[in-house]
Design a protein around this ligand. Structure first.
Ligand SMILES: [Zn+2]
Length: 66
């Protein structure tokens, strides 16, 4: 399950949540309780199509060192 990060639009605090891809759940800021949060694009271990072996941690497979 990927980790999504939400940034509070009120205080700027970023909270990370484990969430399903298709979830439309809204999250409240852990700091001030505001529900006016914006989802950030965060890195996570993608399992889409990649069949690369080894210990590559590149999420896109396009890193020059991978
Ligand atoms: Zn907040």
């Amino acid at each position: 399950m990927p980790i999504f990060e939400y940034r509070c639009k009120d205080c700027g605090y970023v909270t990370s949540f484990l969430e399903k891809f298709n979830s439309r759940q809204t999250h409240a800021c852990e700091k001030c309780g505001s529900k006016d949060t914006a989802k950030l694009l965060s890195t996570f271990a993608a399992k889409s199509g990649g069949s690369s072996s080894g210990s590559s941690s590149c999420p896109t497979g396009t890193c020059p060192l991978s």
